[in-house]
Design a protein around this ligand. Structure first.
Ligand SMILES: [Zn+2]
Length: 319
């Protein structure tokens, strides 16, 4: 993505400079004449809700914002209803980052770090680690996990490799974050070449290659500032005003935590009766604070005892 304004780029409409972005929403668009689709996401209050209870160092906050915008874009490509989790784990200064979204774009996320990372490079932030994308269906009966190659220093680069492997669709991704907002643009080239003859197929593929290159080249002229500050309609106009692009009705995104007293109880049970009893003896009660939303769950001595009476099996974990 270009950081500086190039001489070839179309001029901004005068009213673009004063327009704010679209708030918290996703917008899908399709090119009428090219086999290319796109998604734009802007996260405003959603991103602020994620960071407001944490004193994240700027680079961690930025990586979390990029991960959140990327998660929203990944969810937009899902073909079924479920939950998607982008998770990064490593032995570096930022040892865990989780960004989650439902198909309806209820989102949450958290990062843990030992010392503030010195660099924006994901490989240095995470150290030896792995990035995974997990997709579960609504009732969590089926689960798919894909490993994202740590191919570059930024999430966008890594996810382009992931899209290539998992969706088999050439994809390009741009992410931008300010202290208050996160935004992203995803372009995907759709399959072509199912005509009646091999020769026609070849022509169609060659043409689609050329169209794809052109669309990506135009998208490269968008600055991070424009991506994060302009609305979806303005971005599409700014980049593709000479093409026929169909913009779909945007869908809202919002912060929502899925924690509950039952889930916390499940985590406490997994620690064992002895451990919980010793915490209650020492402090008088057990308090668990949700890392995602900062909500506190209190268990007094009676609650703690009740936990281990006819306890149902609830799997612990980040769900
Ligand atoms: Zn919570």
């Amino acid at each position: 993505m270009a950081d500086q304004e190039g001489s070839q780029r179309p001029p901004l409409r005068p009213d673009l400079k004063v327009r704010r972005n679209d708030g918290d929403r996703l917008t899908r668009f399709l090119f009428d004449r090219f086999p290319v689709r796109g998604h734009l996401v802007h996260l405003d209050a959603t991103f602020r809700a994620l960071v407001e209870h944490h004193d994240y160092p700027p680079v961690v906050r930025e990586t979390l914002g990029e991960a959140l915008a990327a998660t929203a874009l990944l969810v937009a490509t899902l073909k079924f209803e479920g939950l998607l989790t982008l998770q990064m784990q490593g032995d570096g200064p930022m040892h865990l980052l989780v960004a989650q979204s439902t198909h309806g774009h209820a989102m949450r996320g958290v990062a843990r770090y030992s010392v503030p990372p010195a660099s924006r490079d994901l490989r240095e932030q995470l150290g030896l680690g792995r990035v995974t994308v997990t997709v579960e269906n609504v009732d969590r009966t089926s689960r798919y996990q894909g490993v994202v190659p740590l191919a570059g220093g930024r999430i966008a680069e890594c996810l382009e490799g992931y899209f290539r492997n998992s969706e088999q669709l050439p994809s390009r991704l741009w992410l931008a974050v300010t202290p208050e907002r996160a935004a992203g643009l995803l372009l995907q080239r759709l399959p072509v070449g199912a005509t009646s003859s091999a020769e026609e197929d070849l022509n169609e593929v060659a043409e689609a290659d050329e169209d794809w290159r052109r669309v990506v080249m135009l998208a490269e002229t968008l600055t991070p500032h424009e991506l994060v500050s302009l609305g979806a309609g303005d971005i599409v106009h700014r980049l593709f005003h000479e093409e026929d692009v169909r913009l779909f009705e945007p869908t809202p995104a919002f912060f929502q935590c899925t924690c509950s007293r039952e889930r916390v109880a499940g985590i406490l049970r997994s620690l064992g009766a002895e451990e919980i009893r010793s915490i209650v003896e020492e402090r008088g009660n057990v308090e668990v604070r949700c890392e995602f939303c900062n909500r506190a769950y209190q268990f007094d001595a009676v609650d703690a005892t009740t936990l281990f009476v006819a306890a149902p099996a609830v799997p612990p974990g980040i769900h």
